[in-house]
Design a protein around this ligand. Structure first.
Ligand SMILES: *[C@@H]1O[C@H](CO)[C@@H](O)[C@H](O)[C@H]1NC(C)=O
Ligand SMILES: *[C@@H]1O[C@H](CO)[C@@H](O)[C@H](O)[C@H]1NC(C)=O
Length: 398
């Protein structure tokens, strides 16, 4: 809230009881505002003042929305978008959250007027990673908060871009919709549900917000997450020939995988292999009969070749794999002039949009290098730049 508005609010508080969250109630604002026209640009609804992207992000991060606990954040967002004149739908994703409070988990879909299918979709997830809370604070021009860049910064940039385009008369009903989803930080249930049963289409382009340092992403790697289990036969460690070491078997196989040249791509770089955990055995003097490794391959090349190779290597008489997640690499649109480009190595909700034959963009403020850490932040100038960037991508695809 700007100082002037703050002072006006103080003056008016004794006179009215309906002070809205963002400052003055629409009626009061209309009376005192010299820019009357602004108040009914959208349909016939009265609009309160537009937000500054930094203030919007600040308020958005105050409403916590750790993955699984998104109820309040979505209802808060519904109220403020409706206040701005949008038609807002909440889509039930799951009947209750993970906390036994019985609160439902929703996606939010918003658009102007009555046209649900739009040319362009702007979308971000508003659930945040459960890596510990970070209360909102500023350090210089850095805005620190859980979700600052992953991905509430994107959501705030998209909302402000939408209203700026609207107020400038550059978009009309049926051009752009906003979709805010839950569950991205866990299993993508929000976007999956939206694509399967929101029954809305976006026939020109979908723009997903994630921290790309305000660069247009050329694509991101796929995920191949799997567990390997190996079984052997116990024996006295002095007599290994009487047993069969599950650990030794697994380690030799893993070495083959590490030394193999897996398909890569010019666009996305190398395919990388992480042995995330490795467990097994009972004691130094026993030949181990069981071993398990949890694996994560970030897939940059032909994913079915990589999957076949891994299955051939590890599905043996002594071992087998269990696939946890398998998502193809994503090749995205980067045809809008004036952007720096970036290739990303993290996963997003993008694969769920695969079935929708439209152009797909990945773009947003902040850096993945601080997401999921205690140092998560986005800068003020990145936030403002992201508004410009989202507007540019939309205008290019109208
Ligand atoms: C989409 O259509 C399906 C099938 O008709 C229906 O069950 C579902 O409720 C619809 N979803 C929305 C959000 O309207
Ligand atoms: C990936 O490799 C498989 C098997 O070698 C091949 O059939 C398929 O066409 C390839 N896919 C792409 C996208 O190159």
């Amino acid at each position: 809230m700007r100082i002037v508005e703050f002072l006006l609010t103080l003056l008016i508080i004794p006179l009215v009881h309906s002070i809205s969250f963002w400052g003055l109630s629409p009626e009061i604002y209309q009376k005192i505002s010299s820019k009357k026209e602004d108040t009914d640009l959208i349909s016939s609804k009265k609009i309160t003042k537009r937000w500054d992207v930094v203030n919007l992000l600040k308020e958005m991060t105050k409403v916590e929305s750790e993955v699984g606990y998104e109820y309040q954040a979505m209802h808060w967002l519904k109220d403020i978008l409706e206040e701005q004149g949008l038609t807002v739908e909440l889509q039930i994703v799951e009947d209750s959250d993970h906390s036994n409070t019985g609160l439902a988990r929703h996606n939010l879909y918003a658009y102007m007027g009555t046209v649900r299918n739009t040319k362009i979709l702007l979308s971000a997830h508003i659930d945040t990673n459960p890596e510990g809370r970070i209360p909102y604070h500023e350090i210089g021009e850095e805005i620190h908060a859980r979700g600052a860049c992953d991905a509430k910064g994107s959501a705030a940039g998209q909302i402000v871009a939408f209203f700026e385009l609207w107020d400038e008369g550059k978009i009309e009903e049926g051009d752009v919709s906003l979709l805010f989803v839950i569950g991205e930080e866990y299993n993508g249930i929000g976007m999956k549900t939206a694509v399967e049963s929101l029954n809305a289409t976006w026939y020109s382009a979908a723009v997903l917000g994630e921290p790309t340092e305000n660069k247009l992403s050329k694509g991101h790697k796929g995920n191949f997450r799997f567990d390997i289990e190996a079984w052997g036969k116990k024996s006295h460690s002095g007599y290994p020939e009487l047993g069969f070491s599950a650990i030794e078997f697994l380690v030799r196989k893993l070495n083959i995988l590490l030394d193999s040249e897996l398909p890569s791509s010019d666009l996305l770089g190398p395919t990388t292999v992480n042995i995330g955990t490795i467990k097994g055995g009972d004691s130094a003097n026993i030949i181990p009969s069981y071993a398990k490794a949890e694996m994560y391959i970030r897939v940059a090349g032909n994913s079915s070749e990589i999957k076949n190779y891994v299955e051939d290597l590890f599905n043996t008489e002594h071992s087998k794999i269990t696939i946890v997640q398998f998502l193809d690499p994503q090749y995205l649109s980067f045809d809008v002039p004036g952007f720096e480009l970036i290739a990303c190595s993290y996963a997003t909700d993008m694969p769920y949009l695969e079935s929708i034959s439209i152009k797909k963009y990945l773009y947003g403020p902040g850096s993945i290098s601080v997401a999921h850490t205690q140092a998560e932040y986005v800068t003020v100038s990145e936030l403002y730049d992201s508004v410009v960037g989202y507007k540019k991508i939309v205008e290019f695809n109208l």
